[in-house]
Each structure stands twice: as C-alpha cells, then as structure tokens.
Ligand binder design. Sequence first.
Ligand code: TRH
Length: 364
Amino acid sequence: MKEGKLWDIFCRVIDNYGDIGVGWRLASGLAARGERVRLWLDDASALQWMAPAGASGVEVRVWSGALALDGVTAGDVLLEAFGCEIDPIFVAAFARKAAASGRSGLWINLEYLSAEAFVERSHGLRSPVAGGPGAGLAKYFYYPGFTAATGGLLREPELAARQARFERADWLRQMGIDFQGERLVSLFCYEPPALAQLLTGLADAPLPTRLLVTHGRASAAVKACIEGANARQPGWNQREHLLISSLPALTQDDFDHLLWSCDLNFVRGEDSLLRALWAGKPLVWQIYPQTDGAHHRKLDAFLDWLEAPPSLRAVHEVWNGGAEAVLPALEPAPWQRAISAARQRLLEQDDLVSRLLHFVQKNH
Ligand code: TRH
C-alpha cells in the first residue's frame, strides 16, 4: 500500500475551543485516510476531554516558546491553521527540505469558515513568500466553505453510519439525564444579551423544555441569568417548565450525540455550527464576535446560503445583537425544512479532507 504524506499542522489556541477543535478534526480526518500527521499545538490541554482516546496516525507535539527541532525533519505538507505564525525555525527546516528535493514545498494556510462571496474567489490562491526563512516558497490559501468552488466542510465518511446507529434514550441515560419526553434544547454559547429572555420565555412556554447546558462560558452565563431572574422576579419558573441539566466537558463524539439528541441546538463559533448542520436539527448560531463588526456580514452570508426563513433570521438578529431587542418566539418547524434542505445540499458535495487531498495531489 502506498504510504501517505507526512503533514505538519500548526495551530495556536487563541481562545475558546474552535482552533483546537478544528485542528484536531482535520488531523484525525487526514490520518483516517492514511496520511501521517504531526499536530503542533501551543496548548494541547483541551484534547484531554475533547479527544482523550487520541487517533492512530496523529502525533501531538506541544509548541510553545522557541521550537526545538530535536532531530525532527519537516514533512511533505506544511499547514498553518487560521494564519497562526509558524515558528521560523520550522519554516527554515521546511525550506531546506524543499530545496534539497528540488520542489517548491507545499505550504497551506487554512482559513476560517465563511459563506461570504470572497471565499470562492480567494480559495486556492497562491502567494509567493517574499521574506524570512521561507523566502522563495509559496503559500496557498485554503478556504473552507459551503459551495463546490470552495475548500468544503469537515465531515467524516462514517458520520452517517454513526448517526444511524445512535440511540438517543440510551445516551441520555448514560449521561444521567432524567428525560420524561420534554422538549430538549442544547445550549453552547458565549454571553448572548438575550439569554435571560430565552430562559424566561422557556419557563413561560405551555410545554416543558429541558435545557442541556454545555460546560464553561455557557454554563456560567446561565447561572448569572438565573441569579438575576431569582432576584428580580422570585417564582419566575414556578411551574418548572424550564428544566436545566448542566453537562460536563464532552468528547467531540459526545458533543455530536448531544446535538443529535436535541430538538433545537444553540451553537457558536465555527466547528459546532457544522456539527449542528450535520445533526440536521433546527439551530441558532451565535457567531464569534469580531471587534470591527465583520461578523455581521458573515452571519448574513450564512443565513442567505441557508435560505433561512424570516423567523429564523429574526431570532439570529437578536441572539447576535444588543441587549434591548425582544427575542421573537422560537418556531422550529419552518427552520427544520431549511436545515434539512441545506444539509442535503452539502451531503451531495465532497467533504473538506477529500478536497484537500485532491488539492495537495494537484499542487505538490
Ligand atoms: O469554542 P468556539 O467558540 O471557538 C471559536 C470559533 O472557532 C471561532 O471561529 C474562533 O475564532 C475562536 O474559537 C477562537 O466554538 P466552536 O468553533 O464551535 O468550537 C468548539 C469545539 O469544542 C468544537 O470542536 C466542539 C467542541 N466541544 C466538545 O468537544 N465538547 C464540549 O463539551 C463542547 C462544549 C465543545
């Protein structure tokens, strides 16, 4: 059997879990197709709960401060996730290897996900490196995206089979969740100003809802809102129509199980949005906020691509907006149609790892 290429993937954890989450999925996805991967991370701690079993074919290396090569020779493909600056010592090693082999060396910059129009224009562009230890090499820009003319989306080939085997009741029992047929809603968010409205709205709804709250920022935000509501309006959840289960940090597989179990998923950032699309249930996305406000254009582009019905757009506007706006009612039925259709469009396309392997074959 032909041996796969050796990849060096560099990733810096800026904040939250998206950088490492995407880096890990990419590394393990490549390894599952027979490639060999060194995943260089400045902080690998989240992998202890996200992917405790590791993956065969992926070697995790911690990269903090000045990198010591310790006899490591650069691999065949160098990939930097999200424009993280690769240690110059490694770039120099990669350049030496390329020079020795008489080839230009394949250096890829994996960009953040967006549905904006520029993605199709910019995907695959080659940019010569003018200075520094990589001078003379070229970097290719690889843009994930929602259409055939982009780099595609991360999706494992075995995902559909896993989903078909999944038993929601068993998983909820395993997680210690006392499910009595109520509506299930997952919550993975930052600190949306409309969170208090969501909680009181669910408490006032005619039927009970169990909110499955992910650990970390979402859980802290819910706690703060509940304390506020208790102080302002004691008895606001008297009928106990809002039931709350706080979750531990889940593995990436269990995070999928959470999304597959729920009737509605609140997700955030980048990777969990995709996982919610693959789950195929109605979703509400809190986009990662950027200081220059660029995230509003990115959110609109996604909602356009999704062909989101007006009620879903209205909820997104408030969920990603300021504190004053009133959160509209949740109407998952028309949202379900849009999500199912969008998911189907995506399933007809190749996934990101398949496209990336093709890209490497073409350009190496
Ligand atoms: O954590 P995030 O907000 O990450 C963000 C975005 O990626 C954003 O674009 C980036 O700029 C910023 O980080 C730095 O959301 P995201 O992208 O959904 O990543 C979460 C990852 O964590 C995803 O891989 C799922 C995983 N996860 C688990 O594995 N278990 C859990 O219990 C939870 C809550 C998440």
